[in-house]
Design a protein around this ligand. Sequence first.
Ligand SMILES: [Zn+2]
Ligand SMILES: [Zn+2]
Length: 884
Amino acid sequence: MATKEQSEAAHGAGAGESAPLEARYNPAEIEAKWQARWEAQPDLYAAEPASSKKSKYYVLEMLPYPSGQLHMGHVRNYSIGDALARYMWMQGHNVLHPMGWDAFGLPAENAALKNNTPPRQWTLQNIAAMKRQMNRLGLSYDWRNEVTTCLPDYYRWNQWFFLRMYERGLAYRKKSKVNWCPQCATVLANEQVVNGCCWRHEEQIVEQRDLEQWFLRITQYAQELLDDLSKLEGWPEKVRTMQRNWIGRSEGAEVEFELEDAASAPEDEEKARRGGTAILPAREDAKASGKKIPVFTTRVDTIFGATSLQLAPEHPLVKEMAAEDARLSDEVAALLEQQRKARETGDVGAIEKHGVFTGHYAINPFNSERLPVWVGNYILLDYGTGAIMSVPAHDERDFEFAKKYGLEMRIVILPRNHGEIAANGDREKLLPYTAEDSLLINSGDFNSLGNVEAQHKMAAYAEEHGFGKATVTFRLKDWGVSRQRYWGTPIPMLYCAKDGIVPVPDSELPVLLPDQIEITQQGGSPLGKVPDFVNATCPKCGGKALRETDTMDTFVDSSWYFYRYTDAKNDKAPFATDTVAYWFPIDQYIGGVEHAILHLIYSRFWTKVMRDLGLVKNDEPVERLFTQGMVIRNGAKMSKSKGNVVSPDEMVERFGADATRMYALFAAPPDRDLDWQEDGVAGVSRFLGRVWRFAKKYEDRGKKGGSGRGSAAELSVESQGLLRKLHQTIRKITEDFGGRWHFNTCIAAIMELVNALMAAEPAISAGKVPDAVLGEILRTLTLLLAPFAPYLAFELWEQIGETGDLLRAPWPQFDEALAREEQIEIPVQINGKLRAVVTVEAGADEEVVKTAALAEEKIGALLAGKEIARIIVVPRKLINIVVK
Ligand SMILES: [Zn+2]
Ligand SMILES: [Zn+2]
């Protein structure tokens, strides 16, 4: 994945390994020394209080699940965040850079089952191990505000929030169809079902079960979650698009059809009614049954083309009809079974469509025509209203169904040039015709309206006449948060025989998770088998009550953890509102794109709820979001089953933390996938060795030089060349931290600078580069390395005699004049004759040189009216324009 330039730079860095033994770069020694020093300063990375005069910068990497081992994806994620945090410190900001643990979840229970270790113990051990790894990597976390979500000082606030939501009707309980993973032995949120399978068990088909569940009413915020996406300009467009699609707003109309009273049907219609394939005309004496069938449609403009209604097999009316019709009952059962199977394989959209006529008709409120009512296996009860109007001429799916069963089709919209089409008799060839830029026909008073206008007028008409209205529906569903698991936040609710559902009073929080229980993972909530937990007292009547035994989805934990970082020790409130107001929104959040929907939509929802509770002032939690690419190896995602996992510990042991981190930033732009190559890490390590040796060799001269090198114009060509390269490098890195984040090319630029220094060694030895210039170069190089290779940078800082705190040393300023490229003069010929001379930057590419030559006044005049055959550019030497 490295660019050509980078690999050359890295190779260059590897050359010349003949340094004497005593001058060997030894990362193990350097890093151990600094790690010990840093650990002796617990406040080293501490953020200043909200009263600080500095501008704040909150940089955050997504918190890990404590599996016990960091993987390379973590290392990459944290190396990006750490470089940014260090850069922001050096830019003089008050930086908050915290870390914590998403510590509830299933693996702890699996491990408990396997190793007979209690989940809490297993989790805390893993946290300790991963914290050691993070410290070994030299990551700049402010551990004073560590958050561990499985500890009661954190999860009590999950419970507290849950109670606040319950009071406001945002948390509620209902029986519903849920996604059930037999392997997880628990319910999954819709967001956790991927292609019909469990997000953790890719091969496990998710089953549907009916269960009483707790839900959070995220749909109440659907519109705002959608609208505010437009404010998130610092988010990747792909993430915003994914959220927009997930929320899935569609505008349309709800229209009520009414079932015809079958008994009122006249005898002369008997035959026509039987097949249910045709519309029956309006009749004065057709009686309505009073049974309404609301239908949601995004295309009410085509309602005159409806030729049947299609109901979900589980629609309540279908149940009524089937109760009186054994044949129908059997057929509906078969349709339902087909639907269930399709749901389990996850793709109801691709189901082979089957349907059955119910024998009943419903009245189209727009024209009083009577439409046959069918049951379709492709209609879902929980989508829209569980009933659709079928318009075969203008909908792909309806068209397919109508063809199969011979249902009537009626054209009601046509392209604006339909006159010509009608003349050719080719209308049918257009079907299904679904375009939205069309005109209405066969639609009564609405004829010849454009269809968008018709949608508004027809919805208004329905509302006026009391049988419908314009509506908006969302794909987003309420968030089911109940899990039949042990290792999660207990839901703070009680069930009393007398009082029903009773919330646990705030004064009794936290509802503690019992410490040690037997985990079997066989059916039901594990907490249900712990009598001490289950049996409680009703706070209302003082009688017996049973505790809720489900725990919360772990996505609750990660929905607001980053607020807690600002005030993690608070035992009176989840956090102090003032402190949060200072730090929020998060300036930069960094994590994997796999969290684009779940975590990032839940945490936006949570923020809006907290705002409405008066706890925060911001509408959105995150100002800028960055999603880094994956770390792969040999072309595949690292995984144990593929045997291509590289352990960070091994890399750090062999090459040092600096080289490992720096390689993670160097090998690819941070938003792309990174193919891990050990040779590459070794190359970066050799490069750091060169830097170290160079500094060692010249540190005394650098120290002697002081700071007064005088103006650049008085310096030698060699000095000017080195200073130019130095200031170009500062400019490049400063600009990249400002937004592009091409840390790979930043590091390549540092490598090129070092290569230039090595190439200039003869001149340096010959005294052509004064000590003051050497000192400036060594000092600046150290500052430039600090965000990427902090151990080496701290070591060099000390070596060159600096005593101040490197972490907060000011970031170097580039001198625009110095950074400017050397200017060279290039002769311009026309047909081989010298005509002018242009001045360009020495590094200018061919196009720039051509443009400069053609723009030259004299050349322009000579070329007037002539045709240029070709332009020959000899780099840095000559340009020849050949004219006819
Ligand atoms: Zn599962
Ligand atoms: Zn009670």
